[in-house]
Design a protein. Structure first.
Length: 209
């Protein structure tokens, strides 16, 4: 079974409070989401392997460490996932970015795919799938399956907020994918929204309704 990591760093939790608040406007919301995404990426990449190198400082040679092994790619689920990419790229600017477009059918609450564009060397990279709201888990589970169908094996899922129902679905369908979240909320309401949640992340990012 995959693990669920709740990233309870004080800076993440502080900023998440303002992300939740309905008084936070779109500009500040976007900035906060990027900041939290960068802080979360720091934690999600904690297990990247290192290798020793030698560098010349102004004083002497020094044995230091650099990241070794496979490269990283980010795959946001459109559209809300895009709001987190900027902060993540600030931490890992060399990462490639793919995009998967899924929307939730309002009647069935199941994901429907409408777009996909992925880096050609995706199978050679460690992937972080980005879905800010893990509600029913349908979009995240479908996006992960889509990547696995293309041969990707090393996948992590990163979300701002999750409901227990979404976590359970992803774990049931993808027991090999670890989940990283800033908060786990109480439940879903009858419309499939996370309670208390933060509303519709895409609408709040881009000022739509």
């Amino acid at each position: 079974m995959s693990q669920v990591f709740v990233l309870n760093h004080p800076m993440i939790q502080h900023k998440l409070t303002y992300i939740r608040s309905e008084e936070t406007g779109s500009k500040e919301f976007r900035e906060l989401v990027e900041e939290v995404a960068m802080l979360m990426t720091y934690e999600v990449t904690r297990d990247l392997p290192l290798e020793e190198v030698t560098v010349q400082t102004p004083v002497a040679e020094a044995k230091c460490n650099v990241i070794a092994g496979r490269k990283v790619a980010f795959v946001p689920i459109l559209r809300a996932g895009l709001g987190m990419v900027g902060g993540m790229l600030r931490l890992i600017p060399a990462a490639k970015v793919g995009h998967i477009g899924l929307y939730r059918d309002p009647d069935t609450l199941e994901p429907v795919e409408y777009y996909c564009k992925l880096p050609p060397d995706l199978t050679e990279r460690d992937l972080i799938v980005i879905d800010p709201m893990l509600a029913t888990g349908g979009s995240a589970a479908a996006g992960i399956k889509f990547l696995k169908d293309r041969g990707v094996k090393n996948i992590k899922l990163m979300c701002l907020i999750a409901a227990p129902e979404g976590i359970e679905r992803v774990q049931d369908e993808h027991p090999d994918v670890d989940i990283y979240v800033a908060g786990v909320d109480e439940k879903l309401n009858d419309h499939g929204y996370i309670v208390p949640g933060l509303g519709d992340a895409g609408d709040r990012l881009y000022g739509t309704k």
